[in-house]
Design a protein around this ligand. Structure first.
Ligand code: DGL
Length: 251
């Protein structure tokens, strides 16, 4: 069984992409809403939450893990694999598949993410390995606003303010490097106009399929665990996975 975790609803955008490619996979999802947003937390806090999330998923039967949270990618240290008995091949995170999907691209790339992701420089280092420089924009309050289901006007205002100082017409592509952001991709389109908006979920789902198919062929079951009840989360599950409205449990 595949375990997916995030601070809350963002990982649902990754799960949706995995389900599209790999409908028969069995998935257990962990959304740590009580501790959201992750993007404003310190490296030590994120490391601790990452361990808790992976332990939880393993206890619920997950044997392979998708870290559907960019903010914790820098926390996925070698020591963690050993301590939690996970082989690196059994964990897929966001940064590797995203960067590698740009290997043959000439696009001038801009990326937006949480402060934790930008501060960690995981994307900057990843892109420099394929000879690319990227422009990064940290957006402080967006993931939290999305998590609590803030109205469209508030979302659009946050996005507008975040890009106020950026000459976005100098770029061809914008990577939404926080898994919450694709949930409001339309707001980015309205604010930024013609730039190509990239949701890395598909690159991650492709990696899941290529690495874990056919071992993960199951019955298409899904379970969702959240650390604090949330109407917006339940609503998103209902919209994206209509058969699973009853599968959300607070732990
Ligand atoms: N969705 C997560 C990410 O990709 C975390 C966002 C947050 O909780 O701040 O970074």
């Amino acid at each position: 069984m595949i375990g997916i975790f995030d601070s809350g609803s963002g990982g649902l955008s990754v799960m949706r992409a995995i389900r599209e490619r790999f409908p028969s996979s069995d998935i257990v999802y962990f959304g740590d809403i009580k501790n959201a947003p992750y993007g404003s937390k310190s490296h030590d806090e994120l490391f601790a939450h990452t361990i808790d999330a992976i332990k939880f998923l393993k206890e619920r039967g997950a044997t392979r893990i998708v870290s559907a949270c960019n903010s914790v990618s820098a926390s996925l240290a070698i020591s963690l694999f050993d301590a939690l008995s996970i082989a690196p091949i059994d964990l897929i995170e966001m940064v590797g598949p995203t960067v590698s999907s740009f290997k043959d691209s000439d696009a001038r790339v801009m990326l937006c993410a949480t402060p934790a992701t930008v501060r960690s420089k995981v994307y900057r280092h990843g892109f420099s390995m394929i000879g690319k420089n990227i422009h990064q924009v940290a957006i402080r309050d967006l993931a939290g606003a999305i998590e609590r289901g803030a109205p469209d006007e508030e979302i659009e205002r946050i996005v507008t303010e975040a890009f106020a100082e950026t000459a976005h017409e100098d770029f061809d592509a914008l990577i939404l490097a926080c898994t919450h952001y694709p949930l409001v991709a339309d707001a980015f389109r309205r604010v930024l106009g013609n730039i190509e908006i990239i949701d890395p979920a598909d690159a991650v789902a492709a990696r899941v399929e290529s690495r874990w198919w056919p071992q993960e062929i199951g019955e298409g079951k899904a379970q969702f665990f959240i650390t604090q009840d949330s109407e917006p989360f339940r609503m998103r599950v209902g919209v994206m996975f209509p058969a699973c409205v009853e599968c959300v449990e607070v732990v």
